[in-house]
Design a protein around this ligand. Structure first.
Ligand SMILES: [Zn+2]
Length: 271
């Protein structure tokens, strides 16, 4: 599933190729995505110039003078910049065709993604308006976590994966950040110390930035028909390493299920 680093890498991959480009046409082959592509989507977007490509949480926003395209990649979506005449493959549901003969092509086998249009400020859109802070922004810090974690009995890992607390910290990143911070995923959020919250905030930023950096090497694949705009792996300490020795202390990594999601931790390194 595309996580926040993959979405940010997608943004960086497509932005230079679509910014300042004018939309010549729109081809919708399959409107039945998670939410239906609006019936007037092509009409609204055609003739508009893309002013910027932004990201909020896992939503990509293509700004134009009259409105904004909101894209979510869902479970299996991807975006590529290709020659508009490039043959389509299965699940190529939508093309935004530009004045230079390229297109932005949306592919999504499972169709949990979406392509929407809003004339309002997209940050006030119903899907975006209640989103918590971005983990890489300054307002996501020790004080923020101390304030929101106070008195909470929920496990710290589930707390971090709650998009009302912070957006885009998926299972891999929560597991890896808690390892780096030395905190067990099962600890009650209310029992995490200020010092530990500081380590957790730093670790989340570190693992997300490392993942975005490793994605930087795949940027050319966003414009390469043969490439794979892939989802990249950084060197993981605990995630999906149950039974294997900890890379720091050699203790066997443990697995447990929290809120129907797998958690992994090192009993030696995490208290
Ligand atoms: Zn260890």
């Amino acid at each position: 599933m595309p996580e926040l680093p993959e979405v940010e890498t997608t943004r960086r991959g497509i932005a230079p190729h679509v910014t300042e480009r004018t939309v010549r046409s729109v081809v919708v082959r399959e409107p039945r995505l998670r939410w239906r592509v609006p019936h007037d989507f092509a009409q609204s977007l055609t003739g508009q110039r893309v002013a910027a490509v932004r990201r909020r949480a896992k939503y990509l926003l293509l700004d134009t003078a009259t409105g904004t395209v909101i894209v979510h990649l869902g479970m299996s979506g991807s975006l590529r910049v290709l020659p508009a005449a490039h043959p389509t493959v299965d699940h190529d549901h939508l093309d935004i065709v530009f004045d230079n003969g390229t297109c932005l092509r949306f592919n999504d086998p499972r169709r949990f993604g979406c392509v929407l249009w809003t004339k309002e400020d997209p940050l006030t859109h119903r899907l975006l308006k209640s989103l918590a802070p971005e983990p890489l922004e300054k307002n996501f810090d020790t004080e923020y976590l101390v304030r929101h974690g106070r008195g909470r009995k929920v496990a710290v890992k589930q707390f971090l994966m709650n998009s009302r607390v912070v957006v885009g910290v998926g299972n891999i990143y929560a597991s890896e950040a808690l390892f780096r911070a030395g905190v067990r995923p099962t600890r009650h959020a209310g029992k995490v110390s200020r010092n530990e919250w500081q380590k957790i905030a730093r670790a989340i930023k570190t693992v997300l930035r490392a993942s975005i950096r490793s994605g930087g090497t795949t940027l050319r694949d966003y414009v390469n028909p043969e490439g794979n705009p892939g989802y990249f792996k950084q060197r993981l300490f605990v995630y999906e390493r149950a039974g294997e020795p900890c890379r720091r202390c050699g203790t066997k990594i443990k697995h447990l299920v929290q809120g129907q999601r797998s958690s992994y931790y090192c009993p030696g390194c995490q208290k």
